[in-house]
Design a binder for this molecule. Sequence first.
Ligand code: GN1
Ligand code: MG
Length: 370
Amino acid sequence: MQSSKNIAEVVSHFKCAADVGSQKAYGSGHINDTFKLKNVSPGGADYLLQRINHKIFTNVEKLTDNMRKVTEHLKSKINALGYGDPMKEVMTLIPTTNGSFFYKDSDGDYWRMFYFLGDTKSYDVVETQKQAYEGGKAFGKFQYMLSDIPAGEIYEVIPDFHNIQKRLQHLDEAIAKDTHGRVASVTPELEIVKHYAEAMQYFQQPGQVAALPKRVIHNDTKFNNVLLDSNDEAQCVIDLETVMDGYVAYDFGDAIRTIINTTTEDEADLSKIQLNMPLFDAYVKGYLKEASKFLTDAEVNSLMKGALLLPYMQAVRFLTDHINGDTYFKIKFEGHNLQRARAQFQLLKMLDAHAGQMHQTILTEMESYK
Ligand code: GN1
Ligand code: MG
């Protein structure tokens, strides 16, 4: 954790009224460091301060431009569509004293600040159908509001982020180097990677590439990236740094990965990983309520492919990081990334066994909008 002194220096560069002494580490993100700070005046809006992982987000200027474009677009859409209060429904970046939206300190660390949205909740594990439905609505609405930004407008902050071929290449490179001598101990996991590799090329097939539109998507739709209000109603989609062009099924898949699982992303006891189908049905209902306004038939048909791909891709990424010696995702103990990978493979196996039935649920729900 940063010393208060450092935080005070950083905070002094933002146009805010934050109480530096109140800083607390916040959230469960795997990449950046997030702190919550209170407002110096009781009742004033609190703040979130983030140290951006600039090994991963190497171009912070372009990253910030993206976030500015996206948040401004969302706010103007919310106004135009009469959806509600843009200050509550969209994250607001706080400017620095020199009119930028990030600050680079003398150690070379990059920082940004947002208003904290009070009276909200986020869930690592979804509990009720209402939460799942509201999350579906939030992500569907998010995609809908961004669907008029032309492809190519948003800078690709992490190239090939959801390109499974590239992710498999990175895994092969990690295996070849075997820097930490861990490859021999992950033979069963590498067998699973191989077993599914071909089936996971759906989004790379020329026919799909031609049929599926690239849209601006969120790219990190873990359920804890949607804030629900105190009544568990959708309020705000957060964590906008990976918003880039991609296929809508990627967002659908990443959301399902975290909603349908009865336990956490890194569950050690694989028998606890079960599918909560009513939560899937509820998410589909909420999502299609909004997304049916713009989805093409090809996109609807691709959604379950995304739901299989995302746990697979996530497992490949966790496994690669384990082999590389845990240089990308934050870990809480040695072997954490391997445990995460195993959990995601288990989830994939279970989803694979039910994919036909789940696809049918999507088609049936879609019928009600035709
Ligand atoms: C990372 O930092 P966080 O938790 O929002 C990762 C996502 C993964 C996720 C897995 C930039 O997201 O892609 O899906 O962990 N973000 C980046 O929990 O790699
Ligand atoms: Mg993220």
